[in-house]
Design a protein around this ligand. Sequence first.
Ligand SMILES: [Zn+2]
Length: 143
Amino acid sequence: MNQPYLKPLPRKQPENAPLWEGLARREFRVPRCDDCGAWNWTPYPACRNCLSENLTWTKINGNGALFTYTAVHRGLGAFHADVPYVVGLVEMELSGGPRAVIVLGDIVGVPHEDLRIGMPLKMIFKDIPDEDVTLWEFTGREG
Ligand SMILES: [Zn+2]
């Protein structure tokens, strides 16, 4: 029997439903502007580049490079059981648009001493038992 999941869970809303539906299918979707092509992460009701409201949730490939990270040694609440763990910002591989897409996530499966800024990472997916929620994490990949 699974332990109950005690960490905070995301609030699913109509506005972000495409994100959660995509994650359940092992896809990471980012709103892309139909008018100027800019990627808009984190999601927002209008394009940050041109203010268009014509956005399309678009699957991206999940590959990126470590932008920065921190190791957490004192976790609050249910996170305490995981210490030490690493939270990072990962710059996703994308073409076009004036802004990088930088995604926050746990970095797993890489010894902390092996982490390097710029190292290649890939997104992986984690189903939360009994919660109908899929979250993402990052782990190492060959360059
Ligand atoms: Zn735009």
